[in-house]
Design a protein around this ligand. Structure first.
Ligand code: FNR
Length: 340
């Protein structure tokens, strides 16, 4: 059941695609016609909590747990290694329950022995499971995903969400690597950001809506009975500003519906330190193969360098100082929530 679910997620993520309604159309970068820099002065290096990344773009959590997913993870890991991107694996719970599928995750470390690799579990995990997940792939950090709405839409999903905060707090205290708490496409509002900050979570990945849509995916898997929930969640632009109203710059990752260099640059200029992409990488890999994926990553990084040059920002930190104008639903949301 679990193993076929993993491939169903891949299948429906590709079939349904990404809506593109991640709110970044509301964010306008202000042109700089005197940038006083050159492309060779741009550095893409960034810092997230205690992690130093050579690129602000990384491959967000997707898969593992079945034969076909091992091929996907292998190809993603090769791309991560070749282009110096950090990469997360999908939830490792299936491998903790059944060690036979562990190689479908371990392939990511095997292909990329010196890269930054992130482990991944849900908030149902115990400290002992978190330690095993990190150990399984010699991870540099652990992502804990929050996916309440996905679970509720899944007929076989969890129904009891009590104790999440205490379990995350215990993992943060004892796992021994940085912990990143992430959403899977519904966003992390500031009330939850405060709760997570209070228990010592240093880095959030806001995982907003507008990209891969796990409400729609779970509905597609079960004849759309709860299709009225397909628009649940906050778009990435909003989720990012919510998280940044609590967390400092340097501690927030933008993800959810980011598909090109301009969207990535907008998220970084708003204050993100890094940008996670999942569905867009999967689409290129599955449709066109690993060489196309490498070209796509090159386009993203060269596109970012071009935009940073145009804005006169040599680093991600300097992007944060560039002016932005926020319009539309994102601006209205910020006003309503007293965040302007
Ligand atoms: C995911 N995502 C995900 N996240 C997570 O924390 N653990 C997981 O196991 C998975 N599994 C998974 C499978 C597939 C096929 C996809 C496409 C995605 C969610 C992912 O990391 C990300 O948060 C969302 O997909 C939103 O980003 P994009 O896809 O819009 O860039």
């Amino acid at each position: 059941m679990r193993i076929s679910r993993k491939m169903e997620h891949v299948h429906y993520a590709l079939e349904l695609g990404q809506s593109g309604q991640q709110g970044l159309a509301d964010v306008k970068l202000v042109h700089n016609c005197l940038p006083e820099t050159s492309t060779d002065q741009i550095a893409l290096t960034t810092v997230i909590g205690d992690l130093i990344l050579s690129s602000p773009i990384f491959i967000n959590a997707m898969t593992g747990g079945a034969e076909e997913t091992e091929r996907i993870n292998r190809d993603l890991a090769i791309a991560a290694r070749e282009r110096g991107l950090a990469m997360a694996v999908g939830s490792q719970m299936s491998a903790l329950r059944n060690s036979e599928v562990a190689p479908s995750y371990q392939v990511v470390r095997r292909m990329n022995p010196h890269g930054i690799v992130l482990a991944n579990l849900g908030s149902e995990a115990s400290v002992e499971q978190a330690l095993r997940a990190v150990d399984m792939i010699e991870a540099n950090a652990l992502q804990i995903h929050l996916n309440v709405m996905q679970e509720l839409i899944m007929p076989e999903g969890d129904r009891n969400f009590a104790g999440m905060i205490d379990r995350i707090a215990a993992i943060v205290d004892r796992v021994g690597v940085p912990v990143i708490v992430k959403e899977v496409g519904f966003g992390i509002p500031r009330e939850n950001a405060k709760q997570l900050q209070e228990i010592g979570v240093r880095v959030l990945d806001v995982g907003g809506s507008g990209g891969t849509n796990f409400a729609a995916i779970e509905n597609a898997r079960r004849s759309a009975a709860l299709a009225w929930l397909n628009d649940w969640g906050t778009p990435t632009s909003i989720a990012l500003l919510e998280a940044l109203s609590v967390y400092p710059r340097g501690a927030v990752i933008a993800s959810g519906g980011i598909t090109n260099a301009l969207e990535a640059a907008k998220a970084l200029t708003l204050g993100a330190s890094a940008v996670g992409m999942a569905g867009a990488f999967l689409k290129v890999l599955r449709a066109e193969g690993i060489d196309a994926l490498l070209r796509f990553i090159d386009e993203l990084q060269q596109g970012l360098i071009l935009i940073m040059t145009a804005l006169g920002a040599n680093t991600v930190q300097q992007l944060w100082e560039r002016p932005v104008v926020i319009t539309g639903e994102t601006a209205e949301w910020c006003r309503t929530r007293g965040m302007d």
